[in-house]
Design a protein around this ligand. Structure first.
Ligand code: TZP
Ligand code: MG
Length: 202
């Protein structure tokens, strides 16, 4: 079972790493239990340092998921990996992380959802549901209808992503998502925002 809120910390959104860590700690205080660390800069050394510090500061009560990089997931003592369509395949990821850790896969259309359903992924992400500023070159917006369609194609836990905020999150869950993944609407006031999400989504 996934929690209703899947928080994503995108390293590029923070002026410095202390703000990133402080944000993570606020999310923890709001009882966030699933958190992805994402850094598209390609600086693997910095990623590992930040990831290990996140693990150290947040302790074991939060599941930490590494975006893209199976090697850094293992090196940082994270709980799982999230991959997209151009990263290692689920079979490839499993060769690195084994069967026990979590694996999530991003999809953007019905064909990809069907394909991901046949893999060993523990959950499937779909999106962007709405327009987003947090991803470079996003795929076409799928809307709530895209969430409804995805729901008919898999029984795996479904995470919706892209432009989801406190105002529209309930409609996304009602369309069939199990969880909402959020970057920007957690940034300004992380603790209050996460508490709002939990209050709205129950
Ligand atoms: N994948 C699809 S949309 C997106 C990612 C990583 C960004 C989501 O960020 P936000 O700010 O919650 O729209
Ligand atoms: Mg990726």
């Amino acid at each position: 079972m996934l929690p209703r809120l899947y928080a994503i910390l995108d390293a590029s959104s923070f002026p410095d790493h202390e703000v990133l860590f402080a944000t993570a700690e606020e999310l923890l205080a709001a009882r966030v239990t699933l958190l992805q660390y994402r850094d598209k800069s390609g600086n693997a050394r910095r990623m590992l340092e930040q990831a290990r510090e996140l693990r150290r500061r947040l302790g074991g009560s939060v599941k930490l998921i590494m975006n893209d990089r199976s090697d850094l997931c293992l090196a940082a003592g994270f709980d799982g990996v999230h991959v997209g369509q151009e990263d290692l395949s689920p079979v490839g990821v499993r060769k690195v992380i084994g069967e026990r850790l979590w694996l999530g896969e991003s999809t953007h259309n019905p064909e990809q959802v069907k394909e991901a359903d046949r893999t060993s992924a523990d959950y499937i992400a779909i999106g962007p549901v709405f327009s987003t500023m947090s991803k470079a070159n996003p795929d076409p917006i799928i809307g709530l209808e895209g969430v409804r369609v995805a729901r008919t194609l898999t029984r795996k836990p479904l995470v919706a992503i892209g432009g989801i905020n406190r105002s529209n999150c309930l409609s996304v869950i009602e369309a069939g998502a199990d969880s909402v993944a959020v970057i920007s609407d957690l940034m300004r006031e992380p603790r209050k925002s996460a508490e709002d999400f939990f209050r709205i989504l129950g």
